[in-house]
Design a protein around this ligand. Structure first.
Ligand code: HEC
Length: 115
């Protein structure tokens, strides 16, 4: 009895490769999504965080005061870059250490949409 022919063998290996290929998700890709810039932004929470921590220097309408205007900050900086500035400060802006990670990410994402 002939088990499987040459063509059958090819088909079987192709299917096996296909399954192996599909069931091997790239772990770094899913990680990037989590910490990346496509985070869901909660605008109400971001505005509250902004008012409590940034408004005194950047103005109640992002128009700028002691600090520069942030009205079009998203055209200049990415969410990641804004997050770094909030966390570490920049020039005469002190690090905003009272924000927790979620507040910081949310606020940075919200500001990055300002362009
Ligand atoms: C004590 C005043 C002060 C506070 C509070 C403050 N900033 Fe700033 N911020 C500044 C100053 C001054 C600069 C300009 C820094 C420099 O010299 O580059 C700045 C710069 C920035 C920049 C870069 C703007 C650009 O065009 O390069 C971003 C973004 C920013 N601030 C976001 C924030 C956010 C978000 C908060 C609140 C979490 C905040 N800042 C709180 C004073 C402040």
């Amino acid at each position: 009895m002939k088990v499987i022919g040459w063509k059958g063998f090819c088909l079987v290996s192709a299917v096996v490769l296909l399954i192996a290929g599909c069931s091997d998700p790239n772990p770094s890709t899913s990680e990037e999504k989590k910490s990346g810039e496509s985070v869901q932004v909660d605008a109400a929470q971001a505005e509250e965080t902004y008012q409590n921590n940034c408004m005194s220097c950047h103005g109640d309408q992002l128009q700028g005061a002691q600090g520069p205007s942030l009205e079009k900050v998203g055209a200049k900086l990415s969410a990641k870059e804004i997050e770094t500035i909030i966390q570490s400060g920049q020039g005469s802006m002190p690090p905003q250490v009272s924000l927790n990670v979620e507040e910081r990410k949310n606020l940075a994402g919200w500001l990055a949409e300002k362009k």
